[in-house]
Write a protein that binds this ligand. Structure first.
Ligand SMILES: [Zn+2]
Ligand SMILES: [Zn+2]
Length: 347
């Protein structure tokens, strides 16, 4: 079967590998769609400490079910989460599930850009194979994981009802964050984004006001107008740039929260006035990844029509053209979310 993978820094390759089979407790899924994530692009750039596998937003149809698996059948449409926490360690007991040491050790094989992939027994038994409602399309299914990251973040930082939120960077995850915040009760959402295509996607649904970050003072002015000069309750840094983190600390109100959501470059430094942060009580809270429970919450919201995902997919390319999918995903002027399709994709 065909598998798209990293061939080295800056290089992708499409190779032939044996199709995986399902051992005890495992399932094998035929790929329908897998999103290209910003972290996949960072891995390609050689910029992510945990390099290696790419493709972690897969959805597809179950091809094979191993002995001992209950509640899943061949032919089921599913979205799969690649990581699961152990639920037994002290980190899990405190609720920091995505920081569990087991979490990033678990993974699908060989990755999400493959005609078929094997889901380990740990993932299966902890509910990381999510059965999809018929109303959830494949493109939407591929967005459940990144939208889940937003739900996990919002749960972690806390979102008071009617909260005013500002998202710095309306790329795919920033847009999903804005929509998730809306679905969970935010009163006003603003955001910055250079790409007009992505700003338009925000304005279509989820974001009240978008501004170009190159427009000096525009973000501050938008926040001041929406908050009577007070600052937003929550600023979300959906890029990794340290200067943007600093800007976010200035847009929040006294006692407000800055959520570090985008992946910063390894070794990057934050240059901020710490006394100002101290005296204004600004909280900096990082949030990384998601869990199968928060993905199930996203699925529920999509089914109930409270969260719209499909329209954020601007491009669908078959696995044979996955290198082109990566190029497009790295071109904000041309693409919003790019999804790679596999043999189980049927519209
Ligand atoms: Zn991702
Ligand atoms: Zn744990």
């Amino acid at each position: 079967m065909k598998v798209g993978r990293l061939a080295g820094p800056g290089r992708l390759e499409l190779v032939d590998l044996p199709r995986p089979t399902a051992g005890r407790g495992e399932v094998v899924v035929d790929l329908a769609a897998c999103g290209v994530c910003g972290t996949d692009l960072e891995k390609l750039r050689g910029n992510y400490q945990t390099a290696g596998k790419i493709g972690h937003e897969p959805a597809g149809r179950i091809r094979e079910v191993g002995d001992g698996v209950r509640g899943l059948s061949v032919g089921d449409r599913v979205a799969v989460h690649h990581h699961v926490p152990c639920y037994r360690c002290a980190v899990c007991a405190r609720g920091d599930l995505t920081f569990c040491p087991t979490y990033s050790r678990t993974n699908i094989d060989p990755g999400g850009f493959a005609e078929a992939f094997r889901v380990p027994a740990e993932n299966v038994e902890r509910g990381a194979v999510l059965r999809l409602d018929d109303r959830v399309t494949w493109p939407a299914a591929a967005l459940i994981e990144p939208a889940g990251c937003a739900v996990t973040a919002l749960r972690k930082v806390g979102l008071p009802s009617g909260a005013r939120v500002f998202v710095l960077g309306l790329g795919p995850v920033g847009l999903l964050y804005a929509r998730a915040a809306r679905a969970l009760g935010a009163g006003w959402v603003g955001g910055t984004e250079i790409s007009p295509l992505r700003r338009a996607a925000g304005e279509r649904d989820g974001v009240d006001v978008t501004v170009d970050p190159r427009d000096d003072g525009a973000a501050r002015a938008a926040v001041d107008r929406a908050t009577e000069g007070m600052g937003v309750d929550l600023a979300v840094v959906a890029t990794g740039h340290p200067a943007v983190i600093r800007e976010a600390t200035r847009l929040v109100r006294r006692g407000g929260t800055v959520n570090l959501f985008g992946l910063p470059d390894a070794g990057s430094r934050l240059d901020a006035d710490l006394q100002d942060l101290y005296l204004r009580g600004v909280r900096l809270i990082p949030s990384y990844a998601t869990t199968e429970a928060d993905m199930a919450e996203v699925h529920r919201q999509v089914v109930e029509g409270r969260l719209r995902l499909d329209d954020l997919v601007s491009h669908r390319l078959p696995l044979a053209r996955f290198d082109e999918a990566f190029r497009l995903a790295a071109t904000p002027a041309e693409a919003v979310k790019v999804v790679v399709t596999g043999p189980a994709f049927d519209g």
